[in-house]
Design a binder for this molecule. Sequence first.
Ligand code: NAD
Ligand code: DAU
Length: 350
Amino acid sequence: MGWCSGTTVRCASRHDRHRILVTGGAGFIGSHYVRTLLGPHGPAGVQVIVLDKLTYVGDPANLGPVRAHPGFSFVQGDICDTAVVNLLVAEHDQIVHFAAESHVDRSIMDAAEFVRTDVGGTQVLLDAALRHHADGRGVFVHISTDEVYGSIAHGSWPETHPVSPNSPYAASKASADVIALSYHRTHSLDVRVTRCSNNYGRQHFPEKLILLLITRLLQGRTVPLYGDGLNVREWLHIDDHVQGIELVRTKGRPGEVYNIGGGTELTNKELTALLLEACGAGWESVEYVTDRKGHDRRYSVDYAKITQELGYRPRKDFATGLAETVSWYRENRDWWEPLQQRAEPGAAQR
Ligand code: NAD
Ligand code: DAU
């Protein structure tokens, strides 16, 4: 294992079957993906290297369980750093690209880092893939989001729906998404794009709705609900998202987009009611606050394509997943309490 920064990279033998570069692997979804790949049910012989800048949200502790795994290495670095990216892509045949600025509220306050990382960083990775994987040996899985489609009042988006992003975050992800697809159409690079709905689960940085609510309610604090609380999100358990990504990496087709949904649609108010009950709090703990600017009303993906083509289906029942998540936060205060300081940038709004 190598745990290093900058350009000092120790790599294992070139003869391993899969050599996967995971960007953003110290974040919520990326770390869960890496822990799953290197866990008891992961593919044999896989070698994984994580490239992560460790921004305010990246946490090396998320990779603690795999730190000593012989198939694991870590590099602290920036996906916008062409030299580091080229070095790593040259040594790896597959890329699963999670790294991004990912919080909508922060993108509304300042979009610069979103454009730099989400758009610029993706392009650096794609160029490196083009340089080293043009012989057709590589796979580039780009983790996008359902937010690229915009907002939908009724029905669900199929992958063929045009992108129409609203927030600066969604626009940066949509740009990266279509640039990634352009490298397939123009250069025949094996790019596969996933667009998933809202994830939830353990080790989620406590700035997004479910985790913000759980952590604050467990501390006996009030929770902020934006606008009328009737915006709808489709919840996807992190295990199911990882299942979908693995299906796309191993069986997906080049140049294709795959929606990954969880199937549980709730208004924020309905979700809040469930969390109040789970945390033993009442509606007096809820503060209705000024709405998010440009707040998307509803997201809903049609995930029939990945279901029919790759055999995906969400397995985690929402009530069970939510109860497990609340329990994990209840039992792991030492993980999330130190993160709270940097988790609530919109505190002034509340
Ligand atoms: P996260 O914010 O928890 O983690 C992002 C990770 O990327 C962090 O470890 C961070 O340190 C790293 N990173 C940021 N900028 C970097 C840079 N310039 N170079 C290298 N590393 C950098 O995000 P997440 O919730 O795990 O989301 C992962 C991906 O999935 C993102 O691309 C996001 O857009 C997408 N996504 C997330 C959700 C969700 O509900 N969380 C839903 C749909 C899509
Ligand atoms: O849909 C996928 C997207 O889901 C991902 O691409 C993003 O990375 C991820 O952050 C998430 O975006 P959302 O904006 O949907 O998630 P967030 O948890 O920020 O907000 C969920 C809903 O809850 C949304 O309608 C806004 C509302 N909300 C959020 C916060 C943080 C509140 O009412 N109060 C809050 O304090």
